[in-house]
Design a binder for this molecule. Sequence first.
Ligand code: MV4
Length: 494
Amino acid sequence: MFRKVLVANRGEIAVRIIRALREFGISSIAVYSDADRASLAVRMADEAAHLGPAPSSESYLRIDKIIDAAKRHGAEAIHPGYGFLSENAEFAEACAAEGIVFIGPPPSAIRRMGSKTAARQVAIAAGAPVVPGTKEPLGEIQEAKRIAGEIGYPVLLKASAGGGGKGMRRVDREADLESALRDARSEALRAFRNDEVYVEKLVLEPRHIEIQVLGDHHGHMIHLGERECSIQRRHQKVIEECPSPVMLAHPELREKMGAAALKIARAAGYANAGTMEFLVDRDRNFYFLEMNTRLQVEHPVTELATSLDLVHWQLRIASGQPLTIRQEDVQWTGSAIECRIYAEDPGNNYLPSPGKITYLEQPSGPGIRLDSGVYSGWTVPLDYDPMLAKIAVWAPSREAAIERMRRALGEYVVEGIRTNIAWFDGILADECFRAGEFSTAFLDRFKPPAAPAADLETEAVAVLVASLKQAKSPAPAPAKSSAWLAIGRAEMMR
Ligand code: MV4
């Protein structure tokens, strides 16, 4: 096992990894930007290395500075966390070139799965289901028209280098294809410096369910089941669960999706922790979407449901140890739910709300896990993602987990900045959520219940827009949630 590891990240995930390192008796090195000099991660780590100015382009994204810090401090390995350089094949290669272990998959697997079209090809070759669509990026408009016609409208244009929803265009009819393709290409070029676009059949009101996999460097690989990630707003997940309510009702689906995920991971030459994203339609058909070649934000719900520690296993696997868990050893018990706590104002269009935390009281008690990167007196910088912490709860049943989460959120006090803590209760109290009947469109129809008076005009517009939309296409009513109002944006997926 390693003696010293550098954590190339910040916030709650840096803290999470430092804790795992301490449990293994491994010395930790935190890295920090000017904005993070006094961070919780820096305070907790055994050593700390300054990277540079606050902007991530000058600190957490600087391969040269991170490698340099690792060498100066004598790190044998680097854990990249999520975001930043975690899915950067060049970074993983730079580590290898310096004789430093990158705690993650081989660079070849990162690169292959980083291209969405290449990932689709891997899945197809492995015999796993993908959404009907193209294997290769699209060529000229005539070809695009032919293929889209074969698939059948509506279709979705996606950037090959994309992911996370950027560069996507819904197209409902052939007449709209040419301009949509042009728009998708230019957006992809701007965002990813790559204008390759491919096309898929649009899956209406899908669930987003992902499968966690874990593989060692000796050819052994297992899956740790699913995470339900459909509760998201603008491609930002807010609540995740394990098990998915779908698997609670249809346990055979976990095995099928788990087997598909393992086929893809093997075909990709994967090792360490990774996640396969799937769409699941109303008839419980599932389709591989893309792979995330990193530890994910929502990994705690898998850990709570399986009693396995993913970061411990990442460390063991990266140091060359075999994965000693067999598939049949993996058991799922009870229900785990996670809420992501953001420094943002749900009453003001979810505007980020950085600033100094003047008072902090955190929930605790049986079945509660807090992954937090903040403390009372800490100033939340505006330079990074505004996620402060994650509350994850475990209980014997989904119903009990929901009530435990409501209790935990009720105990959580953050003063000095705005947060989304109170906003969750509307979701957790919703009948559709409680029945497990929702899709990725769930939050599009919702608005915080206690909207400030100043929002009345916006609300009136939203009501009007919603009623017009309903008149046009009778989407299933947001059943028993009449207090909630539809809002724009990802309406496109309905
Ligand atoms: C889709 C889809 C429907 N049909 N692909 C959005 C992010 C990117 N990773 C893939 N996404 C989607 N791809 C087809 N063919 C709907 C989405 C989608 C979505 C997916 C996962 C989680 C939330 C989502 C919200 C809106 C749209």
